[in-house]
Write a protein that binds this ligand. Structure first.
Ligand SMILES: [Zn+2]
Length: 384
């Protein structure tokens, strides 16, 4: 048994001074640990919190300016990159990631590799390949499908591979030259087919959606989470709150591009559009907070200048836009775990997985505390 002694436990259930005892990858007690443990770790003056859950990453991409470059990489190269990204995320205190799109079984295999201890990394939940209309957003690494029957088949192929979630494209990308807001792609009937087919295995569904019409299509179809949601208006926010649809805001995806700018080699039209999208996204955040949309943290890590090692910056961006520190913690722990369908993840409680971060400052006072964990614990092992 290993005991983190004398720290302050901070999770979505509250704040309390408590020792945390860990054995065989699980938390076995939270409170006074009087036993003589095998290993004692002094956490006095520190804060013991759950490891972060990122509901939206791309393990095969590493934040380079032009993600299209990875298209010509071999499968082995993509896999090595995924392994490196997993290491970076874990070092940053991220103990669960959800991959929302990679070619073939790349991310599903990463999940297996971590589970079997071949790779040290966060737990991986993965969708397999994105379901996308012919020629649609990200088609170069997605499974193209049109019409209800083809879409169902495409979803079932991912389920057969062992997908833990089904990801589809409800709109185009904001940054496609020519398109303004991310026009609808898979239509409402096709999105319903995604949900129907996924329900057979009871896995959640995620829809990439920027434009207002596409967001509403996805919510009405019963999709579990709207990814990005850039042009969410008040009506869409209310619809999401009503149906309990999660929003995964991916602030860092937008800020990565805006902050790097044209000097980093991003085309000017893309930076201009990202600026406009940023304003719409800030309004979407207000609508979401007003309506009470449930929020799960997700970064889209891997997209330009959005590195896996910087994932905890997402909490700061959400707080900058009006989310409380407490709600940011919930979004990045219990809410994301709930969206992913994971039990025993996201709190510091007896019987849950020992995925922890030890922080030097109280993350409820200072949200940037997440960005420099003193220790990271995965399955009970101190990995950093
Ligand atoms: Zn994405």
């Amino acid at each position: 048994m290993k005991v983190f002694r004398g720290g302050t436990v901070v999770d979505a259930t509250g704040v309390r001074d408590a020792d945390v005892a860990v054995e065989d990858g699980e938390i076995v007690s939270v409170g006074d640990a009087s036993d003589d443990p095998d290993e004692e770790i002094d956490a006095s003056g520190q804060f013991v919190a759950p490891g972060l859950v990122d509901a939206h990453v791309h393990l095969m991409m590493d934040g380079r300016a032009d993600p299209g470059e990875v298209d010509s990489d071999s499968e082995a190269t993509l896999a090595y990159r995924a392994a490196a990204n997993l290491g970076d995320a874990l070092d940053a205190g991220v103990t669960t990631v959800r991959d929302l799109g990679a070619p073939g079984s790349l991310a599903l295999d990463a999940a297996t590799a971590v589970e079997r201890g071949v790779l040290e990394g966060p737990r991986v939940v993965a969708c397999g390949e994105n379901v996308v209309m012919t020629g649609g957003h990200g088609h170069w690494f997605g499974r193209e499908a049109d019409g209800v029957a083809e879409v169902k088949k495409a979803v079932r192929e991912q389920l057969k591979r062992g997908a833990d979630v089904v990801k589809c494209m409800a709109t185009g990308g904001v940054l496609t030259e020519g398109a303004l807001t991310g026009a609808p792609e898979l239509d409402e009937a096709e999105l319903e087919a995604v949900v129907d087919a996924a329900n057979a295995k009871r896995v959640p569904t995620a829809a990439h959606a920027h434009g207002t019409a596409g967001i509403k299509n996805a919510v009405r179809a019963g999709i579990s989470s709207v990814e990005h949601g850039t042009f969410m208006d008040r009506e869409a926010a209310e619809l999401m709150a009503d149906r309990g649809t999660y929003w995964v805001p991916t602030a860092k995806a937008l800020y990565g591009i805006v902050e790097a700018g044209t000097e980093a080699g991003i085309p000017e039209f893309a930076v201009r559009k990202a600026e406009a999208a940023k304003d719409a996204w800030a309004e979407a955040f207000d609508h979401a907070l007003d309506a009470g949309v449930p929020i799960a943290m997700g970064t889209d890590a891997g997209t330009p200048f959005n590195h896996h090692g910087d994932i905890p910056e997402e909490l700061e961006l959400m707080v900058d836009h009006g989310l409380s520190e407490e709600a940011a913690l919930e979004a990045a722990t219990v809410n994301a775990a709930d969206l992913l369908g994971l039990d025993g993840v996201g709190t510091v409680a007896e019987g849950t997985h020992a995925d922890l971060v030890v922080l030097d400052a109280d993350p409820l006072d200072d949200v940037t505390a997440w960005q420099s964990p003193a220790r990271v614990v995965r399955r009970g092992t101190v990995v950093r």
